[in-house]
Design a protein around this ligand. Structure first.
Ligand code: ADP
Length: 450
């Protein structure tokens, strides 16, 4: 509104300024013509005497009022004077006469009149003619124009204010509605959505984008809720087992061997819990952003070389074979920016699964590098994973029923996926039931990120 008012003000002022300038130019031209006419008549003094010239002057005063004509010779003596009103002589400053002498023509204001001092210089005469008059009609026209412009400005501004107010309140109404809807949405009422309206305009796009954001938020809240409930369930199972075993043991006096048996069983449960809490901690670590992690330049082949002995520590039967074929000459291609401990955990989880879920308890790791990308393939000849389950195995606590053998919480793959995502990579999986599974980790090399 202010902007429109400023533009309106500038337009009105410009119109006034230019019409005022045009009036001044017109009056200046007319007064100059008047001065030239009088000077020419005076030049012909043998034909026109001064009284005749004064009569002519009085007859040519039509639209100008209170005309005064004064003529000076080069010695600045007044040699002719005419005025519409009797005794309306002007006191002309000497500077003006000097200025007219040097510049030819000077425009100035005197009393209420506009005036021109004109230097008339021909072979027969050298005179300075002062021609002054009140431009009554011109001033009247300018004043009418001023009133019209002022009225237009104030009416226009009032109109702009009213229309602007109506328009902006209508424009802001949807924002108020969206704000009210958003205010009612909280973590407890995430299922609520913002009303989108019918027309497919910008508001519709904004509200549907916000609704999509709410969908994603609801989904991640749901995932979190499921995660917490699964984690507490996993923790409460060994705790219940511990307390019931203790209860039974306390019911009566027992032999030392029996106590030992109970203690061993409790020890197993505590170990299980310990492992779970450690995995959960790792999970929390990998769920944050990469900013909080210790990042180094790591050689991926060095991490892989540690795996055979690490897996043998877990179970002596596990066999891990490494195949480093088609590797580039420059070892820089095998460097990645990352957290060594987390990367090791991610790869170890996949290798551990390969050994765990295959009858021959062995895994093959193939390392390749091309186009600034590093691929680690972990293959086993196990039972494989049914097609329908392939998408679900990366969900926390998800375990494929047929394959549940031995220890596990269903967290290994989702933890590995999070870690690889943190390193700007991804995991894909190919599996054939009964013939085996291959997990492929792809991560950008340090070169790709530098
Ligand atoms: P877990 O602790 O059960 O191993 P993971 O998240 O590592 O949890 O794996 C999820 C499920 O995916 C496993 O329970 C298993 O059923 C299946 N799975 C993972 N890796 C393999 C594999 N190499 N071969 C067959 N099944 C696998």
């Amino acid at each position: 509104m202010i902007l429109v008012m400023i533009i309106l003000g500038i337009v009105c002022s410009s119109i006034y300024f230019f019409s005022h300038r045009a009036r001044i130019q017109t009056i200046e031209k007319r007064l100059t013509n008047r001065a030239i006419t009088t000077a020419r008549l005076l030049e012909q003094k043998e034909i026109f005497d001064q009284n005749l010239i004064k009569r002519i002057d009085s007859l040519t005063t039509i639209s100008l009022r209170n005309v005064t004509v004064q003529v000076y010779d080069l010695q600045q003596r007044k040699i002719y004077s005419y005025s519409d009103k009797i005794d309306d002589t002007l006191k002309i400053d000497q500077n003006i006469l000097d200025d007219a002498n040097t510049h030819g023509s000077v425009f100035f204001r005197i009393d209420d009149k506009e005036a021109v001092a004109y230097h008339y210089n021909t072979a027969g005469a050298d005179l300075i003619v002062i021609s002054a008059a009140e431009d009554f009609d011109g001033k009247e026209n300018t004043s009418v124009l001023k009133n019209i412009l002022l009225t237009s400005f104030f009416l226009g501004s009032a109109l702009v204010l009213i229309i602007g107010y109506i328009f902006s309140t209508r424009l802001l109404l949807p924002i108020k509605k969206i704000a009210a809807d958003v205010e009612e949405i909280s973590a407890q009422s995430l299922a609520r959505r913002i009303k989108t309206g019918k027309s497919n305009d910008e508001w519709y796009q904004l509200t549907s984008t916000l609704n999509q954001l709410l969908n994603r938020l609801q989904e991640s809240f749901e995932l979190q809720r499921r995660f917490i409930s699964n984690a507490s369930h996993e923790l409460s199972t060994p705790l219940t087992s511990i307390s019931s075993q203790l209860e039974v043991a306390f019911q009566r006096e027992r032999a030392a061997g029996e106590y030992k048996e109970v203690m061993y069983s409790i020890y197993q449960d505590v170990r299980h819990m310990n492992k779970l809490t450690r995995t959960l901690l790792e999970f929390a670590k990998a769920s944050g952003n990469a900013g909080g992690l210790e990042i180094d330049l790591i050689r991926i082949d060095e991490i892989l070389l540690k795996l055979p002995s690490e897996l043998a520590k877990i179970n002596k039967e596990y066999v891990v074979s490494l195949k480093f074929e088609n590797l580039p000459e420059e070892h820089e291609e095998l460097l990645v920016f990352g957290n060594e401990e987390l990367l090791f955990t991610a790869i170890k989880n996949l290798v551990l699964n390969a050994c765990k879920y295959s009858n021959d308890q062995s895994a093959v790791i193939i390392l390749e590098s091309a186009n600034k990308k590093i691929s680690i393939m972990i293959t086993d000849k196990g039972n494989g994973i049914p097609e329908a389950q392939l998408k679900k195995i990366f969900q926390p606590f998800y375990r494929v029923d047929d394959n549940i053998t031995g220890e596990g919480f269903g967290l290994g793959l989702s933890l590995a996926e999070r870690i690889i995502k943190l390193h700007k990579g991804f995991i894909s999986v190919k599996s054939n039931v009964n013939s085996g599974t291959t997990f492929i980790i792809t991560i950008p090399s340090a070169r790709a990120l530098s």
